[in-house]
Design a protein around this ligand. Structure first.
Ligand SMILES: NC(=O)c1ccc[n+]([C@@H]2O[C@H](COP(=O)([O-])OP(=O)(O)OC[C@H]3O[C@@H](n4cnc5c(N)ncnc54)[C@H](OP(=O)(O)O)[C@@H]3O)[C@@H](O)[C@H]2O)c1
Length: 334
């Protein structure tokens, strides 16, 4: 697979989100199946794997996903970029423990579960208003100098926050919600990150499955599946957003690809510093999504796709993602 840079970290053009093996999308597969899925993605050429200390919270226990990912990656750990995330809880940072020790505690616990002595990309999962971001950035610089992490990033932050943190310790990647139906990042995150050699790791790039066209009004979401609460996936909004799916289906047909592949190829064509991390629990779909790297849009095809997308109104938003700005796409109307 072609490679992209998240600052100094070289990764495959498309990465893999591992959350669904433990958390967020209902019933999970057997562990052995999930581990095999990760091996298959690696065999295909995927070198960016994304997890977080909290993945597992509802279905299992925090850390479930890191354990699984650590086990799967162990045979080829040095060949891949392993990304994980930490939270600074509301009570942390208030007592006598230094911020360094607090974050170091999270990192050590993650490394133990991940069976590794370094993390390639360590993200602050969400901002904690009790803790100064500048201090977090400073700690990250220290962890980099100690060789415990190779780079750092933040998730769901604004451009101003990114800039503030980047001034203290250069940021490798920002992981924000980005897809054809959630395009806020295009306003200022992409311009700033391109100017500053920061990668944009797009989470939920297939809009929680919506852009694949396989979610219908009859799809039932079970267990902890977050899609029960995604307004974009309500019956009314699925119907209202059908024109977008028709555009995707048209391109998919012309390019002998799938809708999901077109949605990923579109963002890869658009920005040289974006790396989508689609998530799937299904081995075939994982390979399908990674296969988007083989779908090349010509400049002409890309331009008419952009034009068609710009003319589309998007109904509903993803809703449940807490974000720094507490707002979602500018283009949602319901
Ligand atoms: N930083 C953050 O706050 C944050 C938040 C959410 C997620 N993430 C990370 O980003 C990764 C990706 O996010 P996501 O899982 O929401 O992304 P996504 O790929 O947009 O959505 C995943 C959902 O789409 C379905 N899907 C994926 N590919 C498909 C395909 N080709 N055809 C049909 N359905 C398909 C999956 O179902 P099946 O499993 O049935 O295929 C799953 O239900 C996560 O794994 C996690 O690592 C980060």
């Amino acid at each position: 697979m072609k490679k992209r840079m998240l600052r100094d970290l070289e990764v495959s053009e498309i990465g893999m989100g591992c959350m669904g093996f433990s958390h967020g999308y209902g019933q999970v597969p057997e562990k052995a199946y999930s581990i095999r899925a990760i091996e298959k993605a690696h065999d295909f050429g995927c070198t960016l794997f994304d997890t977080a200390e909290t993945y597992g919270r509802e279905m299992f226990y925090p850390g479930h996903n890191e354990e699984l990912v650590g086990k799967a990656l162990a045979p080829f750990r040095k060949e891949v970029v392993l990304a994980t995330k930490f939270h600074i809880g509301p009570e942390e940072g208030k007592g006598n423990t230094s911020l360094y020790d607090t974050i170091r505690g999270h990192l050590d616990a993650s490394m133990k579960r991940l069976k590794t002595d370094y993390v390639d990309l360590y993200y602050l999962h969400r901002l904690n208003e009790q803790v100064a971001l500048e201090e977090v950035a400073d700690v990250m610089g220290r962890l980099i100098r100690q060789g415990l992490i190779r780079g750092w990033g933040m998730s769901q932050v604004s451009r101003d926050t990114l800039e503030k943190a980047h001034r203290i310790t250069p940021v490798s990647a920002v992981q924000n919600l980005y897809s054809m139906v959630e395009r806020d990042c295009e306003q200022d995150i992409f311009p700033f990150s391109m100017e500053n050699r920061i990668g944009v790791v797009a989470f939920s790039p297939i809009a929680s499955g919506f852009l694949s066209g396989k979610v219908t009004a009859d799809t039932k979401f079970k267990g902890d599946d977050v899609r029960k609460f995604v307004p974009q996936l309500s019956k009314e909004n699925l119907a209202a957003n059908q024109p977008l799916l028709d555009i995707l289906a048209d391109y998919a047909c012309r390019k002998s690809a799938t809708n999901a592949q077109i949605s990923l190829a579109w963002m890869c064509h658009k920005y040289p510093n974006v790396v989508p991390i689609p998530g799937s629990k299904n081995q075939e779909r994982i390979l399908e999504n990674l296969g988007a790297c083989k779908v090349e849009l010509t400049d002409q095809e890309f331009a008419s796709l952009e034009e068609a997308l710009d003319a589309c109104t998007i109904y509903g938003h993803r809703g449940h993602v807490e974000s720094e700005q507490k707002t979602f796409s500018n283009n949602w109307t319901k």
